[in-house]
Design a protein around this ligand. Structure first.
Ligand SMILES: Nc1ncnc2c1[nH]c(=O)n2[C@H]1C[C@H](O)[C@@H](COP(=O)(O)OP(=O)(O)OP(=O)(O)O)O1
Length: 184
């Protein structure tokens, strides 16, 4: 965990109010490998740990010595076997859980070019899904809210407040934004 205000990799504080800005934050990535030729996206069924049993993109905590994009590409390779040279930033998500003092700051990417074939890992079981027939009932409850913006190519910022059950959303905010470069 790093100080979200002094570590320039954190950007959530730009869109947060003072009360949430004061919370400790943890930095995560979330990457969706896209197969545009077949209108498919690769999801992984999380086999263990936080969010186990859910389908999601690939990602995890950003290490202290890497950029957010480097963390995204590393987690994609570790969890899916796909190797991407770059990932395109699509959105920023902030999650607050009623039983946790720590806010999650999740940077969302799409990987459009990559090599390798998906492999099952200790953490994830990969499976392709059509982008118009997403299994939202098996994904995090916020995903169906911001997915349409990402599919339209809109950049977005979302904030979601979850109950401790990790299912129930008690409050949400979602905005389309012109840029995710908050240093501008
Ligand atoms: N609500 C919601 N919607 C969409 N995506 C997510 C959430 N909550 C989440 O945590 N996520 C995403 C963000 C990350 O991609 C993962 C969580 O990362 P996690 O597996 O805990 O991190 P790792 O570093 O891989 O964990 P370790 O197993 O190594 O501790 O889910």
């Amino acid at each position: 965990m790093t100080d979200a205000v002094t570590d320039p990799r954190f950007v959530g504080w730009h869109v947060e109010d003072d009360a949430h800005r004061a919370m400790p934050h943890r930095l995560y990535t979330l990457v969706f490998p896209m197969d545009s030729a077949r209108s498919r996206v690769l999801l992984g069924m999380k086999k263990r740990g936080f969010g186990s049993g859910k389908l999601n993109g690939f990602g995890g905590k950003v290490e202290p010595a890497e950029t957010v994009e480097q963390g995204a590409i590393r987690e994609l390779a570790e969890e899916s076997g796909l190797v991407a040279a770059a990932a395109a930033r699509c959105g920023l998500l902030l999650f607050y859980f009623e039983d946790s003092p720590v806010a999650m700051e999740v940077h969302v990417f799409q990987a459009r070019e990559y090599s390798g074939v998906p492999v099952e890992t200790d953490e994830m079981r990969p499976e392709w899904f059509g982008v118009d027939s997403m299994p939202f009932d098996r994904m995090w409850a916020d995903d169906h809210i911001w997915w349409p913006l990402m599919m339209r190519g809109d950049l977005f910022v979302g904030r979601f407040w979850f109950k401790a059950d990790q299912v129930t959303i008690t409050r949400s905010e979602l905005d389309r934004v012109d840029s995710l470069d908050f240093a501008q």
